[in-house]
Design a binder for this molecule. Structure first.
Ligand code: NCD
Ligand code: ZN
Length: 347
């Protein structure tokens, strides 16, 4: 196969940042994806309808309009989130979903939720509205090993919450474990999961190959090989519960290569190329379109995109770094050759 054509995909989990960084990165996402669920973990976080509207305007002002990109906004949940505000945002078409960050779980999550029980009123309202809850599924308990935090989150938080709110629509974001794959597979139809290109590509060894490798560090952190294999199986299975979400999370080189380096991998420049690599290796290129372009809209109850895109089997060299106005950023697959190349929208 030398060409692959698919319905234009969407990215159901991305960090577009703000200010100069937003301007530098947004077109990389908009080039490949028609829509994206934009994460609200700015400083300060996007907690109100007004803040989300304003952020959406900044994104639309920064993106190349010719790319035809629609940002879908999310509300950042805090202990003080107000059910009426969320409902208003959802009904007005400003909030597509709300995001749960356990406080201190990841980048800019200090204002996150300290105890999910504090959200009872909010979750009850979201359940009635059919408004999706997106979860960063890691406990923050320091006595729990960092590699066990996702699996522990399922037992301590996610499963009990779904018992209390059985109709809640939930996306378990950027899953990294066999336990998460099993949980989602066995859950109700209303529970889905996103899978990143990087968790499909490498296991935790990548962070320590010949020395410490900050550009392979993200959260949730990559796990053992058995988990990566479970993710690859889930993504390529054709099961509509699993869909594309890059978790593209750009940080400048100076912020990654530091004594306390930031978590996040910037995969936007090669997102589809990277997913195509995995699907080809798994002999499942025929399943890529469903994962990338059909399962997400189905979960979010949105129309499937009307345009198509093409990938060509052309060896592509990924730059070691991108020189951008706010500072250099190292992309995923830096310095590597990829077999597929995104060739744009089919005209
Ligand atoms: C994200 C970021 O930098 O905002 N980092 C990451 O490693 N994925 C936050 C997140 O999604 O956890
Ligand atoms: Zn993320």
């Amino acid at each position: 196969m030398t060409e692959l054509e698919l319905i234009r995909p969407d990215d159901w989990h991305v960090h577009l940042r703000d200010g100069e960084l937003l301007k530098a990165v947004v077109d990389h996402t908009a080039r490949q994806f028609a829509r994206a669920i934009v994460m609200p973990n700015l400083k300060p976080p996007v907690t109100t309808v007004a803040a989300a509207r304003a952020y959406r305007e900044r994104i639309l002002a920064a993106v190349d309009p010719a790319l035809g990109f629609t940002p879908l906004m999310t509300a950042y949940l805090t202990d003080d989130s107000d059910a009426d505000e969320l409902e208003r945002g959802f009904r007005d078409g400003v909030f597509t979903a709300a995001k749960l960050y356990p406080a201190h779980a990841t980048t800019n999550s200090a204002a996150g939720v300290t105890d999910i029980r504090r959200l009872d009123r909010v979750l009850d309202r979201m359940q009635s509205l059919g408004m999706p809850l997106l979860v960063h599924g890691e406990v923050v308990d320091h006595s729990v090993d960092v590699f066990d935090r996702e699996a522990t989150f399922i037992d301590r938080v996610l499963a009990p919450t779904l018992e209390r709110f059985p109709g809640l629509r939930v996306v378990f974001e950027h899953i990294t474990t066999r336990q998460a794959v099993d949980f989602v597979t066995n859950a109700r139809e209303t529970v889905g999961a996103t899978i990143t290109p990087h968790h499909l590509e490498f296991n935790r060894n990548a962070m320590f190959e010949g020395g410490i490798r900050p550009h392979f560090y993200c959260l949730p952190v990559a796990k053992r090989e058995v988990h990566r294999l479970a993710l690859r199986k889930a993504a390529t299975s054709g099961n509509p519960k699993f869909f594309l979400g890059t978790d593209s999370a750009p940080h400048r080189v100076v912020d990654k290569e530091a004594a306390c380096g930031c978590a996040g991998i910037w995969n936007a420049p090669v997102a589809l190329e990277s997913y195509a690599k995995t699907f080809e290796e798994e002999g499942a290129l025929d399943k890529l379109e469903a994962f990338a372009s059909l399962h997400g809209p189905r979960f979010y109850r949105l129309p499937v995109n009307g345009t198509r895109v093409r990938l060509s089997r052309t060896s592509t060299h990924v730059p070691e770094r991108y020189t951008l106005a706010p500072g250099d950023i190292v992309p995923f697959h830096a310095g590597k050759q990829l077999a597929w190349r995104y060739a744009g929208v089919v005209r």
